[in-house]
Design a protein around this ligand. Sequence first.
Ligand code: CTP
Ligand code: MG
Length: 221
Amino acid sequence: MTVGVVVPAAGAGIRLGPGSPKALRVLAGEPLLVHAVRRLRACPSIGPVVVAAPPAAVAEVVALLAAYAVTVVPGGAERQDSVAAALAALPAEVELVLVHDAARALVPVEVVEAVVSALRDGADAVVPVLPVADTVKQVGVGGEVLGTVPREDLRLVQTPQGFRREVLEAAHRAAPGSLTDDAGLVEAAGVTVHTVLGSAEAFKVTTPFDLLVAEAVLARG
Ligand code: CTP
Ligand code: MG
């Protein structure tokens, strides 16, 4: 079964502070998006890749990724719009789809392959997860603690998230909106979402501190 990847990369990167869109911010000499796509291309299972680029930077992204055989489409206003636009551009032969945030630029090949394996083993949907290290509390509107949430039951969810194509497309058709996570759409449709072990290196670059961490990870090699 052919595995395709859609890469939402059209976000502004507001939490990174002023500058170019996040996917184009430079990390160790190259844009985040180039790091992300290179890692995807290093995965033996991966076929077609479609990137949803910032609409004003489509030509720039096409040029940056010329060596990686990807299709580039303009992204949308919300992440989910960007995912839908990229999904629509995947070739017909793609039966298994991964959705991978450009912002998770340092995802290890092993995490991608673990997601693909779970799909090949028959899962409709699969997400990489990590245990929660911190104690988690629920707070009220005034900031007062309402209770402690047992963290043993909680997981932090990463990407790539993998789906049988028809399951993801049906969920998108059923729930146009703006969830931050594709598995959430599929859950809402009643589909069981499986988990595999993620990686600390698949963290999402969100703040300037995360760029420092990413530089350190790359420097370590
Ligand atoms: N994304 C997208 N289209 C959007 C919004 C987000 O393709 N309209 C992508 C981002 O480029 C990123 C991923 O979705 O790869 C996860 O989003 P996030 O980390 O929130 O990135 P930004 O939206 O760019 O950051 P911020 O929320 O700080 O502006
Ligand atoms: Mg965002």
